[in-house]
Design a protein around this ligand. Structure first.
Ligand code: M2E
Length: 261
């Protein structure tokens, strides 16, 4: 029986406490937090309100992941494609991102969470970039969990970025073209130092990866739910973890090979 902690709320305690019996717990969960705008529209709320609600939905998920021993949680806060949204929405998201990073700092200290950001920082305002660097530096020594926030991130950008750096190594003679392989690529990919994504969740009812962690999710178990992100909770995540443990992870092997291990 898992020890009840203060982070657990009465609302989900019954459904989520018995997790220790599971055969396997993912090391790294990645989430595409989709459905904020539809949540607001369905409730006749102002457009941006969905993102505000969405921001608050992450806290209980982080606490639950900590509680069950997930080592890395990566969330897609702002994609490289999101720059094409209406200017007011982009501006709101940038304000929310800044406010959220400030707000989250005491929680990172309380729970010993290391905060990291991935994505193309060159597109971001300087004050946001400074805040991100500062948040990373101040939490770099924490080891309970790593919370990765993807901002201006795209999976293809990430792959091209790694390829360009390897090409520069080849150009300067530090590496031969023959030496370029998956291990070399991985070293230049974002999160190359962390375990691969084992569980990729998308909320909001779309069945796409949408240029999220393409390389890092090569062997991830995929989970899709119609639940809009502001309504996603630890109870639903617990059910997904239950399924994750049950799915046979083949990694390209036959079921006979798996069963004989
Ligand atoms: C997030 C950002 O859509 C985004 C608006 C801002 C908050 N958010 C959703 C995030 O994903 C930064 C931190 Cl530190 C935590 C969450």
């Amino acid at each position: 029986m898992i020890k009840q902690t203060s982070v657990e709320t009465a609302a989900h305690s019954d459904d989520t406490k018995n997790i220790q019996h599971l055969a396997s717990i993912p090391k790294h969960i990645a989430i595409i937090m989709d459905g904020n705008n539809r949540y607001a529209t369905a409730r006749a709320m102002p457009k941006g309100q969905g993102h505000v609600m969405g921001k608050d939905a992450l806290d209980p998920i982080v606490e639950y992941c900590l509680q069950v021993g997930i080592k890395v949680l990566t969330v897609f806060a702002f994609s490289s494609e999101n720059w094409q949204r209406p200017a007011e929405e982009v501006a709101l998201l940038m304000r929310l991102l800044t406010a959220t990073i400030y707000e989250q700092m005491p929680r990172m200290h309380k729970y010993h969470i290391r905060l990291r950001f991935i994505g193309d920082r060159s597109q971001l305002a300087e004050d946001l970039r400074d805040l991100m660097a500062d948040a990373e530096a101040k939490t770099a020594h924490f080891d309970a969990m790593t919370l990765v926030i993807a901002i201006s991130y795209g999976g293809q950008w990430d792959i091209a970025n790694a390829a360009r750096q390897l090409a520069q190594q080849v150009e300067s003679g530090q590496l031969s073209a023959e030496q370029v392989n998956e291990t070399q690529m991985n070293a230049y990919m974002q999160l190359g130092d962390l375990p691969a994504v084992d569980m990729l969740i998308r909320t909001g009812g779309e069945y796409r990866i949408s240029n999220f962690l393409l390389w890092q999710s090569a062997y991830a178990e995929l989970f899709f739910t119609d639940t809009l992100w502001p309504q996603f909770d630890a109870t639903e995540l617990a059910m997904m973890l239950e399924q994750f443990a049950q799915r046979q992870r083949r990694f390209g092997k036959t079921s006979e090979q798996i069963e004989s291990c």
